[in-house]
Design a protein. Structure first.
Length: 295
């Protein structure tokens, strides 16, 4: 019995057990949080698992085959652990979760019972309920090409291959005024024309909301800067004086890919697909249906 799993199994067979559960949550920004339902803090794998968080979890449902493992984590929203502002800002969305069964008297005796990510998060009465999804949940994602006229790639991804950090396609600015959380007056980011950043992305690179981002709905020039309207506000403490980075937007059209980004070789749409009018077409004098090009 050399492994931690074997020693824990031997401990469980004694009938008098000292076990608890521990969770580690790693957010997309790299921050890691440890929680346990034991009454004292535990430490292993370089992490400290706090007992004062009030976090508990429902029974983990596991199955063989491709069935999705799932569970639910419940806890209190507090400044010390998971804050309401962080949940509202989406910092825990998609975070990686690991859960162990641990012998708290000998933490080296443990077994990893669950690994997955946080799904839907609900908040009510100063508490949160987070759905935990197993690794097999990734198999539910639709894969393959979509046949449509607009491009299916995301600007800058492995299919698009465009370098969004190229000169002229990104700009930094400072928040000069903030209205309703979604309309930003920026100082700087001059150069490109109005609407250059529409359908693009705004990343916060300083201040309390650093690491958060939002999609740009409208973009226009003003003396000394720009006015940017977001599709949804940034709920993470964005304030006047914070710096942001703007990335040019793409409307997925063939003309935009060719003229704005000079990236037509990587265009992932099918601009020559016939439309509904072609399906309804009938033979007409002067417009013979010979099977040739429609253009």
């Amino acid at each position: 019995m050399n492994s931690a799993k074997d020693t824990l199994e031997a401990h469980l067979k004694t009938g008098l057990t000292t076990t608890c559960r521990c969770w580690a949550i790693q957010r997309a920004d790299g921050q890691v949080f440890g929680f346990t339902d034991h009454d004292r803090e535990l430490g292993f794998e370089g992490l400290t698992f706090k007992a004062s968080s009030g976090l508990t979890a429902a029974a983990i449902e596991q199955a063989t085959g491709l069935s999705i493992d799932n569970s639910e984590a419940m806890g209190a929203l507090s400044d010390a652990a998971v804050t309401e502002d962080d949940v509202e800002a989406g910092r825990f969305d998609g975070a990686e979760v690991r859960a162990w069964l641990v012998n708290w008297a000998a933490p080296e005796q443990r077994v990893l019972q669950f690994r997955g990510s946080i799904g839907e998060i609900r908040r009510s009465g100063g508490a949160f309920h987070a759905e935990l999804r197993g690794l097999t949940d990734l198999l539910n994602r639709p894969l393959g090409r979509i046949y449509q006229k607009p491009c299916t790639a995301v600007l800058g991804d492995s299919a698009c291959r465009f370098n969004v950090s190229a000169a002229g396609y990104q700009a930094e600015a400072e928040v000069a005024e903030l209205t309703a959380g979604s309309v930003l007056e920026l100082s700087g980011a001059l150069g490109p024309d109005s609407a250059w950043f529409e359908r693009g992305r705004l990343d916060v690179i300083s201040g309390q909301a650093i690491g958060l981002w939002a999609s740009i709905k409208q973009d226009s020039l003003k003396p000394g800067g720009r006015i940017v309207t977001l599709w949804s506000g940034i709920s993470g403490g964005l304030a006047v004086g914070d710096r942001v980075r703007l990335t040019a937007g793409c409307d997925k059209r063939m003309e935009t890919c060719r003229k704005k980004f000079n990236n037509f070789l990587n265009f992932q749409g099918f601009p020559d697909l016939p439309g509904e009018d072609w399906v309804m077409a009938v033979p007409k004098k002067g417009n013979p249906n010979t099977g040739g090009s429609l253009r």
